[in-house]
Design a protein around this ligand. Sequence first.
Ligand code: ATP
Ligand code: MG
Length: 434
Amino acid sequence: MASATVSRTRTMTSKQPFARRIVIAIVLLTVLVSGAFSLSIVAVVHFIEQRLISEEMHRELNGVLHEDLKNGRPPRLDAWTRFYASNLPEYAIPERYVGLDEGFTELVDNDQAVYAYAQEINGVRYVLVQDQDEFEAHERVLFDVVLAGFILTVLGAWALGRVMAGRVMAPVSRLAQQVRHRDQLLPTAPPLAPEYPDDEVGQLASAFDGTLGQLRHSLERERLFTSDVSHELRTPLMVIATSCELLQQAHLEPRQREQLQRIERASGEMRELVQTFLQLARGSVDEADFTATASLAQVAEQQSRHWAELMREKGLEYECIAEGPDDGRYSPTLLGTVMANLLRNALHYTNRGQVRLFLEAGGFRVEDSGAGIAQEQHESIFLPFVRGTLARGEGMGLGLSLVKRICTHQGWNITVHNLSPTGSCFRVRFTQRS
Ligand SMILES: Nc1ncnc2c1ncn2[C@@H]1O[C@H](COP(=O)(O)OP(=O)(O)OP(=O)(O)O)[C@@H](O)[C@H]1O
Ligand SMILES: [Mg+2]
């Protein structure tokens, strides 16, 4: 039990899906913004670089035409720039650059990438060609820097996101821990809200306070009610018991004495039943009050004596059949209550035919020839206040829920199935205790 709680706590704190979602949101946002920013830097730099190169080549071509060639000098160019002209055989334009458009062009071949600048003046075509390698190297450095910046920003956002998510979630986690661990239902438990600022978490804390307060009130009311009932019923039951004792001493006819004994027995059973119901209502069954003193056969006999007569009155056959020996000992009150409820239902929901109580080794079953219970209700009829489609009379739908609670408490197993051609069978196995 304790280890289950610990492992549940561990999974709850290690999962932190909300904190993780905050981190994911921050990282995604950063990827988007920083990615867009990096791409625009690359695009702008690329664009400006081309503009600058274009202007630079235009200037260089002008220099060659107006300063060098005009003065009969060869073009003064750097190592990676070449000059061609359509009217000068020594600078004949290679095939590759013949059909270039006017102005700046970027040419990319398999092995080489070049910038070309073409200009036509007075029917003569001039071309300036420049190797791109240097700019390529510049660009690569730029890309590397931008990529490194992008990765660092995303990593930074992830680290910052983790810290921030931890900070944001801390009060919520604290509140969850307090609600889970502190015994909030104790009347002395202090309210949670004053420990938090008046924000969303504070409002959550005061909502918890409100709900827990209501819960505490209803628990307190229920506790008072059960102790009042217990007190108030015990007194009249004592009066009946004492009166019976006094009457025993009087001179009575045998028939009257028999009636008196029945009253005495009934009041004793009632006292025990009141005790059972109150303990089950409180959820704390005191083992001392339910000592296992009776055998299955004894309880069955006592119940049969009561129910056989009522079955007969309704025109039903009743039989108690011992199928196997059972040497277990059970609390007559608890086993009697289970059996009585199953027999009462069998009587109530059977119009003709028979009701049978089978005593097995390690359990018993009640079979009737009523209409049976729809398959989809086989689980729900054991819930409190649930009545089947066949519900009739004044019942509250509590009988089987009480039976189920007693079985669960005792470690017994109860199942139901339909019989063919008609009828239902409720089976109780004393699996863990017998
Ligand atoms: N032997 C049975 N045959 C047919 N239906 C049954 C039988 N026993 C129980 N049921 C169905 O299961 C439902 C729940 O039974 P349960 O004993 O919990 O409540 P109830 O008999 O309606 O009322 P209460 O027992 O509180 O007086 C019943 O309403 C009925 O429809
Ligand atoms: Mg019932």
